[in-house]
Design a binder for this molecule. Sequence first.
Ligand code: DAH
Length: 336
Amino acid sequence: MEIEPLKQAALAELRGAADLAALERAKGTWLGPQGKFTAAMKQLGALPREERPAAGKQINQAKAELETALSERRAELELKSALPKEAADFTLPGRRRSLGKLHPLTQVTEDIVRSFRKLGFAVADGPEVEDEYHCFDALNTPVDHPARDTQDTFYLNLAGAEGADEKTLLRTHTSSVQIRVMEKQRPPVRIIVPGRVYRRDNPDATHNPTFQQIEGLYVDRGVTVGDLKGTVEFVFKELLGEEIKIRFRPHYFSYTEPSFEIDFSSALTRKMGKEWLEIAGCGMVHPAVFEKVGYDPEIWTGWAFGFGIERIAMIRYNINDIRLFYENDIRFLRQF
Ligand code: DAH
């Protein structure tokens, strides 16, 4: 039995395999169960006893060499198939990663916050999962007020959870943060609170079950409605242009007295067929609210306001449907 020529032939075929499929075929031909080398091993038994050890050793060495040749060629071929088939053109322009943008509501919020910062307001924050006390009671809201109804508010069923004896809900307005801040801080207070709020509204062009508000609170000695009006006017002019007008109209909120709604007028509202568009609620902080947080209403005065950010963004960008902000359609979002 001539091992050497057999080995040379096998090596030539393995090393010369043009691709991985050819290599696998060569492996089968020589080293597989029906392969020629395997057959040589089987012939060992037919040799005279004294020749067997030497022949066996020779075959094993040859087989090891073939295994090495096989794995070397496999590595070469794998590398070759992983490399690009065509030459790269290094003069082509690079692929630029497209940068995302801030959501229009985030942009408007940041602009509003920037304006208030100029006037010395700090940003405050509070929980979206709120208790009835901070959302309603501490804000002097009577037990039978419609805002507290299960038809209007998302109550949470936290039976068994910690603090479950308190009724918990998704906050209906950012006004709850007024209370949380005043509980922790002595006056004077000058804060704004951007945040998400929730109501049981069916979505339509002007309603969405979740939306964003900005709350403002200013507490000090001798604070007046004139101060409130001047502040609101400054911010809205910065945001929507010098030619806009605002007016205060009497209204009712349980946590302010007197209370107002802020109406807004501009070329755009007139184009929408309305001279005045209501955009915010506000008023002078009610003494009962001060008493709840331990501020002496004989000493401290203050005002507060709250408005919807979507409303402002709709006016600013001339958008006629609030749901567009929440659909995440990239064609809509790219425009801002
Ligand atoms: N919380 C009111 C709302 O969601 C808005 C509001 C009105 C906030 C008067 C205030 C305020 O701080 O004084 O409709």
